[in-house]
Design a protein around this ligand. Structure first.
Ligand code: PGU
Length: 407
């Protein structure tokens, strides 16, 4: 008899973004002829820049010639891309070797899969609110109990609140696996070096591992803020980092990312290098490498021209965030984030619940956003607006909120 993985039954609801799409569709079905302005899922909208497109074309063309055709590549990614990534970190003053970079098809899959190389009885700590993948992947793998209004039993929630500037205090007691995301999804807060240092020191002392998701690092404009956790001394011993071309190069549909597992990184019960070899083994067995066409595009995104052009696109999205922030503040709404991140995190007016505000914003303004409670218990009473969008749509959404939101 084939039995299912019962942990799936513990998941509190459908995955957040399809749930929003479902509710939006239900709204459109009952309001025929209406159009909605989508600031919900953080999905890029602007076309891929010419220098990167050229790389993708070259990647495609090389498959059409016998002398440059390639089939399966190394599952860790092609050498030149891993070398180019290592050089990027070198520019940040971080010394990592190309073999410590694992190229993949997404930071989502890697951040969901990474827990698989750790023991089932590890205690997991997450920022609250957080990108739902961190929690859900640990629920599915059986590291939690049942869900209640205060979250899953057995998970350590680290609240990120207005009071602590949306960066959590260290966990009380010993935890084993810690998820941190900076610039943060959903709050838009960026951790300082000192804040990250406190977690690195904790992790080294407690032989814990930090999973650091820096998928939005390219949105950091303040030169004092760290773009990688490895800018903090000691992090190579205790941190695994995820990043992605998705938001930087418009690759959300193209799919290309990387994960760094330093050889110095070590688990409590294994020598340094073991985590690196386990992740190698895991990827070799479960993954056949990112598309060779796409990796050529990734190389182009890291060229001087590619970086200049994608940098302009990132600035464009940040300008969207500024427009959203300004509009909301003119409405008297308290907002956070946006300055170094593509998300604006707003406090719902009149103490509305996150889902009530979702319905109100959709009903009154035709604007779709993401309820903060979908990211964890501490997200209740907050709401996320994405700055990814065509300028005219972002402006239309802001005007509609100013004209129609009844507060
Ligand atoms: N990490 C973080 C923190 C993210 O917010 C997202 C996308 C990813 C990773 C995904 O990176 P990929 O390299 O594209 O796999 N977050 C979006 C999209 C929702 C989703 O389910 O991924 C968001 O709106 O939060």
């Amino acid at each position: 008899m084939a039995r299912i993985n019962k942990n799936y039954d513990k998941l509190a609801a459908g995955y957040l973004f399809p749930e929003i799409a479902r509710r939006t569709k239900a709204f459109l079905d009952t309001n025929a002829g209406t159009e909605v302005l989508r600031l919900g899922i953080g999905d890029t909208t602007e076309p891929i820049v010419p220098a990167v497109l050229e790389g993708l074309h070259q990647g495609t063309d090389s498959l059409g010639k016998v002398e440059s055709y390639s089939g399966y590549g190394p599952s860790e990614g092609v050498g030149p891309l891993r070398q180019a990534l290592a050089r990027e970190y070198g520019d940040l003053g971080v010394n990592l070797s190309p073999e410590e970079f694992f190229v993949s098809d997404g930071a989502k899959s890697d951040s969901a899969n990474i827990q698989g190389i750790f023991s089932d009885d590890c205690i997991v700590a997450v920022q609250d609110p957080a990108y739902p993948v961190y929690v859900d992947s640990n629920v599915i793998s059986g590291r939690t109990g049942a869900a209640s209004d205060s979250g899953y039993d057995g998970l350590v929630y680290m609240p990120c609140t207005e009071e602590n500037g949306f960066f959590p205090a260290l966990p009380e007691g010993k935890v084993d696996l810690i998820y941190l995301c900076s610039p943060n999804n959903p709050t838009g807060a960026v951790a300082t070096k000192e804040q990250l240092k406190s977690f690195v020191d904790y992790a080294v002392e407690n032989q814990a591992i930090i999973f650091f998701d820096s998928a939005y690092a390219s949105f950091i404009t303040d030169p004092k803020l760290p773009r990688s956790i490895y800018e903090v001394e000691g992090a190579e011993q205790c941190a695994i980092e995820f990043n992605s071309f998705s938001k930087t190069a418009g690759f959300t549909g193209v799919r290309l990312a990387w994960t760094i597992v330093p050889k110095a990184c070590r688990a409590e019960d294994a020598e340094p290098g073991k985590l690196h070899s386990l992740w190698t083994r895991r990827q070799n067995t479960f993954f056949n490498g990112a598309s060779n066409i796409v990796q050529a595009g990734g190389m182009a995104a890291l060229s001087t021209e590619g970086k200049a052009q994608t940098g302009e696109q990132v600035s464009f999205y940040l300008e969207n965030a500024r427009i959203i922030n300004k509009g909301l503040q003119e409405l008297g709404i308290t907002t956070y984030g946006g300055g170094n991140a593509p998300y604006v995190w707003l406090k719902t007016p009149d103490g509305l619940s996150s889902w009530d505000f979702f319905d109100k914003l959709l009903g009154e303004c035709r604007v779709v956003g993401t309820p903060g409670s979908g990211f964890g218990p501490a997200g209740e009473g907050f709401f996320r607006l994405s700055a990814f969008g065509h300028r005219e749509n972002v402006e239309a959404a802001v005007s509609s909120m100013k004209d129609n939101l009844m507060i």
